[in-house]
Design a protein around this ligand. Structure first.
Ligand SMILES: [Zn+2]
Length: 440
């Protein structure tokens, strides 16, 4: 509790509420680029998980003008810190469902949290990105901001004509009215709040021939003069998707988009069914190409199969990092074994104070977590052999698609699926800080 308000996950104090779950979100947003003005209506189907007379949502920096619960005014609503507290007219029992509608608006801006810097709705030179991970969602819609509360979404954004809007899932409708245009996207598979996103910019669309609609949204004009840098990374996304499908099972969603912004960005970021890159990532340099593979791999590891607790972040980052090395080997760059030896040597030189299975909020995106997680997976692969290893990855994704998982669940699954003691093998990598040697 912070000021009497709940926390769902210790890694993100003051976010999320375990007393209810969102069954679906429908967001209807109007955004004016000039002046950065957002107004929205969020329709949330709420299921109470315990008896309660209030619903606490996350919403940061935006003002709520109206709330209804099943079409009627609630007893009261108030905004405190980054929360919207809706007091019900009467307590509801566990299992009760409520239709909550929230009207809100203001000037959205990134939210700064200790350990995590800023995240959320962010203005670019000429457009917008939303970087939700891990705490940015409340900057643009009221939500239950915990990673294990996954729901389908329908997102409509109305904005100035001349701009392209990319959001999660399939574009269902696009309607122009005078000087504005509305874009409606549908994500019908469960999605964590932090993976919801909106991208607005002067983009043109490059289509790639893949198993599902696969496109890149690139700065206007740049699609017609695709560079060597583009071809090396973004130009090979269809091949990456096919290779990952071979190793991890079918691509989990109905579409994929890579958004390349006109501005440079510090890091790329995955959202569900799309990823965002700054223009500085259009490069034939392996250090950039690897990130195109990394973000795509998150669609399997992170987006379809999502951590239940932030402490299990290695289940996303270790796997996505290992996917980079798999792509490296497939595309004729260094082999996985070479990367493993290279990065194990690097980890040997680094501080050994990182606990992979529970790194703490300050180290959850530390580079050592990515590399140590990937090296540990390779150790499993070498132990069980390629056939059992890729069968494990494919089974893990297939059996947990759309779900929420923990490290313990992975270990139990790995032991059963391979019929070997994977959990014993991984224990020193996951639950001790000292770096194990690589097996001979
Ligand atoms: Zn990642």
């Amino acid at each position: 509790m912070i000021g009497g308000l709940p926390t769902a996950d210790d890694y993100l104090p003051g976010h999320g509420d375990r007393s209810w779950s969102a069954r679906s979100y429908a967001l209807d947003l109007t955004y004016k680029l000039e002046g950065n003005r957002l107004s929205g209506e969020a329709r949330i189907e709420v299921e109470l998980l315990e008896e309660t007379d209030r619903v606490v949502l996350d919403l940061a920096g935006l003002d709520v003008s109206k709330v209804t619960v099943d079409g009627k005014a609630p007893a009261k609503f108030s905004q405190r810190r980054h929360r919207l507290v809706v007091k019900l007219r009467e307590a509801g029992a566990a299992g009760t469902t409520l239709r909550l509608v929230v009207k809100y608006g203001g000037h959205p801006a990134p939210l700064v949290e200790k350990h995590h810097g800023d995240a959320g709705w962010e203005e670019l030179t000429d457009g917008v990105i939303v970087a939700g991970q891990p705490h940015g969602s409340p900057t643009w819609f009221p939500c239950n901001d915990r990673p294990d509360d996954k729901a389908p979404y329908r997102i409509t954004v109305t904005t100035d004509t001349g701009y392209t809007v990319v959001s999660n899932g399939l574009l269902e409708a696009r309607k122009r009215r005078g000087s504005t245009e509305s874009w409606t996207y549908v994500m019908d598979q469960p999605m964590a709040t932090y993976l919801a996103t909106v991208q607005i910019g002067r983009y043109e669309i490059v289509e790639h021939d893949a198993a599902v609609p696969l496109l890149s949204a690139v700065p206007e004009g740049s699609g017609r003069r695709r560079s060597e840098g583009y071809e090396a990374g973004f130009g090979r996304q269809a091949e990456m998707m096919a290779a990952f499908a071979e190793w991890f099972g079918p691509y989990p969603f109905a579409s994929y988009a890579a958004v390349v912004t006109g501005d440079p960005l510090d890091i790329p970021l995955e959202s569900q069914s799309l990823s965002t890159f700054g223009r500085n990532f259009v490069s034939a340099d392996w250090e950039q190409v690897r990130l195109v593979a990394h973000e795509l791999a998150h669609q399997w590891f992170g987006n379809s199969v999502t951590l239940a607790r932030w402490q299990d972040i290695w289940l996303h980052e270790g796997f996505a990092c290992y996917s980079e090395w798999l792509w490296s080997e497939r595309s004729g760059e260094r082999s996985c074994q070479e990367w493993v030896e290279h990065h194990h040597a690097g980890l040997t030189d680094a501080d050994e104070d990182l606990l992979l299975a529970d790194p703490g909020p300050e180290l959850m995106f530390d580079d050592r977590l990515y590399k140590r997680g990937a090296v540990a997976l390779h150790v499993v692969r070498r132990s069980v052999g390629d056939e059992a290893f890729f069968d494990l990855l494919t089974g893990w994704v297939a059996d947990h698609a759309g779900g929420s998982v923990t490290t313990e669940a992975f270990l139990e699954y790995a032991d059963a699926r391979t019929g070997t003691d994977v959990s014993g093998l991984l224990a020193p990598w996951l639950f001790e800080t000292a770096l194990p040697d690589l097996p001979a």
